[in-house]
Design a protein around this ligand. Structure first.
Ligand code: IMP
Ligand code: MG
Length: 186
């Protein structure tokens, strides 16, 4: 069992959402999808790495047949001032005419999800919905419509249940937040 607070790379994180609370919210999200998506033949697209727990736990509660696939965003520094250049990798399925549900661990600035929505639109899906376990609404840099939100969370760096801090902490069973003194100094 993990204690209530853990130190990762010299920073302190303390639990803000328990594993039980996450599990029960994920089940509720799945139950809503069972009602709304049953007849849509949806293709779930989980965004790696962070969404692997969320995707797996959510899928376990879906009671109709559906597909899941995994994509990843590779990012690297561009040489121009345009900044971060990203590339969507791992998309093998044809999205034409499909009902797609993106599964994200967390939406922060909203830039990633906006990029994904624009990218997927190029493949002519019927509809693209977004489900995220966590939403930092205050951090959004642009309006983003999220169809399924697990928890709205404050604009603090979070860890656990798939989320990492420099690759560590993904296996923490609940959600942990950077403790306030550390958050202010970073
Ligand atoms: P956005 O593009 O700013 O919305 O950020 C999206 C991605 O940044 C997420 O899918 C995460 O991988 C990462 N991220 C954002 N906030 C956090 C956090 O609090 N902890 C860990 N990763 C985060
Ligand atoms: Mg992510």
């Amino acid at each position: 069992m993990f204690p209530e607070c853990v130190d990762v790379h010299g920073k302190r994180f303390c639990r803000v959402i328990t594993a039980e609370e996450v599990a029960s919210r994920v089940r509720e999200m799945a139950e809503r999808m069972n009602r709304e998506l049953r007849d849509k033949n949806p293709l779930f697209l989980a965004v790696l790495n962070g969404s692997f727990f969320f995707a797996a736990d959510l899928m376990r509660h879906l009671d109709f047949l559906c597909e899941i696939s995994f994509v990843k965003l590779a990012s690297y520094q561009g040489t121009s001032s345009v900044g971060r250049i990203r590339e969507l990798i791992g998309l093998n399925e044809s999205l034409r005419g499909r009902f797609v549900v993106i599964l994200e661990d967390i939406v922060d600035s909203g830039l990633t999800i906006t990029y994904l929505q624009e990218k997927l639109a190029e493949y002519s899906p019927e509809e693209v919905r977004v489900a995220t376990l966590l939403l930092k609404r205050e951090a959004l840099q642009r309006p983003v419509e999220i169809d399924y939100v697990g928890f709205e969370v404050p604009n603090i760096f979070l860890l656990g249940y798939g989320l990492d801090y420099d690759q560590l902490g993904r296996n923490l069973p609940g959600i942990y937040a950077l403790s306030e003194s550390d958050n202010a100094s970073s």
